[in-house]
Design a protein around this ligand. Structure first.
Ligand code: PA5
Length: 447
């Protein structure tokens, strides 16, 4: 009996692969599953994420709730969350999925993100917003040395100190970083900031269920305990070793399509714009975990039906290197029905009385068939509804499946050596101390 909150359906791939091949890949996935479970694979010193849903102490959640309450008492209505990659995408995914798309909840601060780019316009506009608001900041960097968040933090910190005074600034800034090392740790200690630790054995893109995700999600007004419960339930279900294990099925099918069928690109599809950032989080998780040694499925994402009017043409008829994985939420949270119009000038009366979500579901089914006809295999990942528990389950499911999938591919999912390449060139161009020797050579190559 499969108790997973996250269901996987590989049926939309059946006209592209034969069952014997699929069964072969299920066995390969089970072997990879065993490696992940036994913690005997490469990168096994970064497996702390596996037990986070049951390891996170209740006191950590309460500490974060205390900060939420203290900041609320001060009337703080803007929290700038500074971080890049795994240090913000999980929180942003959860917050955007759970928040009202247009209206801010009374008494809950707006969350704005910074440090995920180096755009001057972006930061200038963010500071315009800060000037209109009562502002606090959470700065997140596991290494404590990443340039993008460090630059943003210097600017936001200066603003908060100037506006509220240095002493009060220390009460409006929280740092989430390594327990001992890194510039951010040194700075936070010196300035007396409240600090949370990113565990040593959890990599950035696996850190959403550490303070990296927990604090911003709580500050945004959501129930982190429910999210951890959802993740714990999914973990429990995934511990069952079986050919029906959804993580095994997902890893098996995507690797079969990639290795044997030339499907090099996986498009994560959602028909709910609230899940746009699930796509962003998932792309980082899979791209940074698997894209190594000249291997790896390229992760892309689309939001439908929006993107059916842009990327839809390519997906239907472009280079046949794609397969799609659609994340479906079974039940909408709200109800909007199409009304009846006496004149029917828009000719929509055939939809009168229908839920908009019914139209969305029919669009989804129609798209699935059209894309199968166009040569694009289809997988589906389904959760019941969009809430904290389902998101916790989805986070855990995708992390676990990523470990299984990368081990199946023969890749260490827990490092990211390639991310360093651009940094060396950027540091040399910025004339960072220690990089002077490379500057002339890089300038010559750029001519
Ligand atoms: O997954 C990862 O490890 C990375 O994407 C990091 O999260 C990202 O580079 C940010 O690193 P840091 O938290 O050290 O600033």
């Amino acid at each position: 009996m499969n108790n997973n909150m996250v269901k996987v359906n590989v049926g939309g791939c059946s006209s592209f692969v034969n069952d014997a091949d699929y069964q072969k890949y299920v066995q390969k996935a089970l072997a990879a599953y065993d490696v992940l479970k036994a913690e005997s694979g490469p990168g096994n010193d970064f497996l702390g994420w596996k037990t986070l849903p049951v390891d996170i102490p209740a006191s950590l959640v309460s500490d974060c709730e205390t900060i939420r309450d203290e900041w609320s008492a001060k009337g703080i209505d803007l929290v700038v969350v500074i971080g890049i990659g795994g240090s913000y995408l999980g929180a942003r995914c959860a917050i955007e999925a759970l928040s009202h798309g247009f209206v801010r909840k009374e008494g809950v601060p707006q969350i704005a993100y910074a440090g995920n780019n180096l755009s001057e316009d972006y930061l200038a506009e963010l500071m315009d917003l800060a000037a209109m608001r009562n502002t606090a900041c959470v700065v997140i960097s596991k290494s404590g040395t990443t340039t993008e968040p460090a630059v943003a933090f210097r600017i936001v910190k200066e603003y908060i100190e100037k506006t509220y005074g240095k002493e009060e600034a220390a009460r409006r800034i929280v740092a989430i970083t390594d327990a001992k090392k890194g510039a951010l740790k040194t700075l936070a200690t010196q300035e007396g900031y409240k600090t949370f630790v990113v565990p040593d054995n959890v990599g950035g893109r696996y850190s959403v269920l550490t303070p990296v995700g927990i604090l911003p999600i709580i500050l945004a007004g959501f129930d982190m305990r429910a999210m951890l419960r959802g993740a714990a339930a999914e973990r429990e279900a995934l511990l069952l070793r079986s050919e029906d294990n959804p993580a095994v099925q997902y890893a098996a099918m995507r690797n079969l399509l990639y290795t044997e069928k030339g499907k090099k690109v996986e498009v994560l599809v959602t028909f709910n714009p609230k899940l746009q950032y699930l796509g962003e989080w998932w792309k980082q998780l899979y791209g940074e975990s698997e894209g190594k040694e000249g291997k790896g499925i390229f992760p892309a994402s689309v939001v439908c039906t929006t993107d059916l009017h842009s990327m839809g043409q390519y997906i239907q008829e472009g280079d046949r290197v794609l397969f799609e994985t659609t994340v479906t939420v079974e039940k909408a949270r709200r109800e909007v029905l199409v009304g009846t119009d006496g004149q029917n000038l828009d000719q929509l009366n055939y939809l009168a009385g229908r839920h908009v979500e019914h139209c969305n579901k029919m669009a989804q089914l129609g798209t699935k068939l059209a894309h199968i006809d166009g040569g694009v295999p289809q997988m589906e990942i389904t959760v019941g509804q969009l809430d904290e528990a389902s998101l916790g389950a989805l986070f855990y499911f995708f992390e676990f499946a990523c470990g299984v999938s990368a081990y199946l591919l023969g890749i260490n999912p827990f490092n990211q050596p390639g991310v360093e390449a651009y940094k060396k060139n950027m540091f040399a161009l910025l004339r960072k101390p220690g990089y002077e020797a490379q500057t002339e050579e890089i300038l010559r190559r750029l001519q």
